[in-house]
Design a protein around this ligand. Structure first.
Ligand code: FMN
Length: 452
């Protein structure tokens, strides 16, 4: 039985993430996303209610594949305007002591030497509570504005990501011995230079000859989160991820992805249990079943179906503006997010779903698994979902800000506790030790970060 499920709050530094249209609800606070007090309040709320981390998605360009223009996404606030999530963390860290922060950064447009320093800085400032959600990006608009004519090829992006992480591991794990830090005021020696080593990396994408610029932080390597489930994404996750964020409409589909990643991880020599899995879910709850249904009706009244299609089209590289809601979507090889596309088009030979079935289901809100009901009812549904999908926790999508987290904390968390699903919350000092209570602050010995 699960005794310690992972609770992560899922949002983006924008007025609307995947809660399309909710910003119009008078009770919603997302419009305050440029106010640091908004983020501090959110972090404090999640920490007080026992969440393990705040997971912040990101994108690097405008959402412009709807009729070839960003006009609709700008008008409807679909993931634009958008600010930089990494810059929010230190303020939230200053007001919390236990909450982890999983921040999305793409390997396609960064340099490892610079990004490794940013994560080391945040690991120091959070005292070991930072995680990196490693993505390879999916938007043509990002490529165009970051020096490329078009996106790098899908699988090539993962090859670059693999080298990116290997260089980063050298900087984080192998460049500085902890004993290098003397801090000897009398002798006037801060660092023993003999114990700081150049990483001497020369690869296909990156050249980093020298040592890491920052001293080692509590976790050294941030906890590695990953999201992306194409064959190359699965292989990447199996090698590097410690937490995988899986997407899926049904438990059996998610379970298959989990099994595929676990099997591949074993081939890479990683121990069973080396990777934890979370999936995105939406929860609409209340004091009673009736109140939950009233809240659900209210969310549906604000739900922006076109906004959902605008975002999904941009992520998958398909312009859905001319596509009938009642026609199934055909699989096509795009250079964007392939697992997200397959979620709707299905595998060859499977019955395919229409856009309406996926994005405006009777019982849900958009393409996340949705649970509606009283706290006890949601806790029961969640337990079944975790068992059937073989996942370790949830990434709870923020539908009403911050009301949906408050409702979850008030009604669902006590019911989860009663079921024993939160009965062994670890108190380890770092995020990695809370996620893997048997382990250390630094990555496990079978993780590639530890291989020289
Ligand atoms: C559940 C999930 C969440 C994702 N979140 C992000 C994100 O926040 N930002 C981003 O650039 N890419 C995101 N991606 C895209 C992937 O991380 C990946 O970099 C790329 O688009 C290829 O995905 P694929 O392997 O599924 O084809 C996400 C993918 C999945 C499946």
């Amino acid at each position: 039985m699960r005794k310690n499920i992972i609770l992560s709050g899922f949002t983006m530094a924008a007025v609307s993430h995947i809660n399309y249209g909710m910003w119009r609800d008078p009770q919603d606070n997302s419009h305050r996303y440029t106010d640091i007090a908004y983020w501090v309040e959110l972090a404090k709320l999640l920490e007080e209610q026992g969440f393990d981390c705040l997971f912040i998605a990101d994108a690097l360009g405008l959402i412009d594949s709807w009729q070839g223009s960003p006009a609709a996404s700008l008008a409807q606030g679909i993931q634009s305007p958008l600010i930089d999530p990494l810059l929010l963390v230190s303020a939230m860290a200053a007001h919390t002591s236990r909450l982890g922060f999983g921040v999305t950064v793409s390997t396609t447009y960064e340099q490892p030497y610079l990004l490794a320093r940013k994560f080391t800085t945040l690991d120091h400032l959070t005292k070991g509570r930072i995680a990196w959600n490693v993505v390879t990006s999916q938007l043509e608009s990002a490529a165009r504005n970051l020096g490329l004519e078009k996106q790098m090829d899908h699988d090539e992006r993962y090859e670059r990501a693999d080298e990116f992480l290997n260089v980063s591991y050298k900087l984080w794990q192998h460049s500085w011995e902890r004993a290098a830090l003397k801090r000897d005021k009398v002798a006037g020696v801060y660092t023993d230079p003999q114990r700081v080593h150049p990483v001497a990396h020369k690869g296909r994408w990156f050249t980093v000859p020298d040592a890491h610029l920052s001293e080692p932080s509590p976790q050294r390597t941030p906890v590695i989160f990953q999201a992306g489930g194409s064959p190359s994404g699965i292989d990447f996750a199996a090698r590097h991820a410690e937490v995988v964020f899986v997407a899926g409409l049904d438990a059996s589909g998610v379970k298959k992805q989990v099994a595929a990643i676990k099997a591949r991880a074993a081939e890479h020599g990683r121990a069973p249990g080396a990777i934890k899995f979370i999936s995105a879910v939406t929860v609409i709850t209340g004091a009673t079943e009736e109140e939950a249904q009233v809240n659900f009706a209210r969310r549906r009244a604000h739900y922006d179906l076109q906004g959902a299609l605008i975002h999904y089209g941009a992520s998958t590289g398909v312009d859905l503006s001319g596509h009938s809601l009642d026609a199934p979507l055909e699989w096509q090889q795009t250079n964007s997010n392939r697992s997200m596309l397959k979620m709707v088009t299905g595998e060859e030979g499977q019955p395919r779903k229409t856009l309406r079935e996926v994005f405006q289901p009777e019982e849900g809100l958009g393409r996340q698994k949705t649970f509606v009901g009283s706290g006890e009812s949601v806790a029961a549904q969640l337990e079944t979902w975790l068992d059937d999908s073989d996942t370790d926790g949830i990434n709870l999508a923020q539908w009403l800000s911050p009301g949906c987290f408050e409702d979850f904390a008030r009604w669902v968390i006590p019911a989860l506790k009663q079921r024993g699903l939160l009965s062994e919350k670890p108190t380890g000092p770092t995020l990695r030790q809370r996620l893997f209570p048997q382990g250390a602050a630094e990555p496990a010995s079978d993780h590639p970060a530890q291989q020289k």
